[in-house]
Ligand binder design. Structure first.
Ligand code: MN
Length: 235
């Protein structure tokens, strides 16, 4: 069954939001699991996120075959999405980005931890996956299901994994949740670096992370941010 116009529109909006908030540049992508078929996901063809419209969204099988792709080229790294949906039935949306604020942590391996309450959604422990460990020196792109599954294993049951010298993957139950997490991952990276310049950051405790995440991912938090980000991205 083809996805509803609303589902396609939401993926386009998520792309625009992430571009507008600086989380993605001309690279990076966001997908949602097909609302009516867990074995499929919805992702744009290989277009820059800030330009994406609902008509650009394509239905993919979990192993990366575009069903209504036509002559359009798919993203080389779409396997990231299928491999995570395959391994994580709890995941409804996947974001891959190269946020410039996050890269210093992905480069050094310095742990990224929540420095303020709205950033609790990034979780207590963010694993760092390195393509080199299994695939050696390469262009760092995740282009095979084998590589995608290795990354999904690195992510494990977490909401975020950093990708060494590359970027990160961020997941959520819903598109809104994944976007919230990706935006605040970037905010946290910026603030944590600033805090480290001044002294030793006083991080949220595991109990506080749980409480702050519940608040931030409540309808109160999700609806308020989504509405504002939509308005900013699509005036
Ligand atoms: Mn990438």
């Amino acid at each position: 069954m083809p996805a509803s116009p609303e589902a396609l529109r939401d993926v386009a909006i998520a792309n625009r939001i992430l571009a507008h908030e600086g989380v993605v540049d001309s690279f990076g992508h966001v997908s949602v699991r097909h609302p009516d078929n867990p074995e499929r996901y919805l992702l744009s063809w290989a277009r820059a996120p800030e330009l994406i419209e609902a008509s650009d969204i394509v239905e993919f099988t979990l192993d990366g075959e575009g069903l209504d792709l036509g002559e359009r080229r798919p993203y080389g790294e779409r396997m990231i999405h299928g491999a995570i949906y395959e391994m994580r039935p709890d995941v409804g949306a996947v974001i891959h980005n190269h946020s410039y604020d996050v890269i210093p942590f992905a480069s050094t391996g310095t742990p990224l931890r929540p420095v303020m309450h709205t950033c609790g959604v990034i979780g207590e422990h963010i694993p760092v996956w390195d393509i080199r460990d299994r695939f050696g020196e390469c262009d760092h792109l995740v282009v095979t299901m084998d590589q995608g599954r290795d990354l999904a294993e690195g992510l494990s049951d977490r909401p975020i994994a950093l990708m060494k010298r590359h970027g990160c993957v961020v997941v959520g139950k819903t598109l809104q949740e994944a976007v919230m997490r990706a935006v605040y991952l970037q905010v946290n990276a910026r603030l944590q670096l600033q805090a480290m310049h001044l002294g030793t950051p006083d991080y949220l405790t595991p109990t506080e992370i749980e409480a702050c995440t519940a608040t931030q991912l409540s309808p109160l938090g999700l609806e308020r941010t989504w509405e504002a980000w939509c308005r900013r991205a699509m005036p």
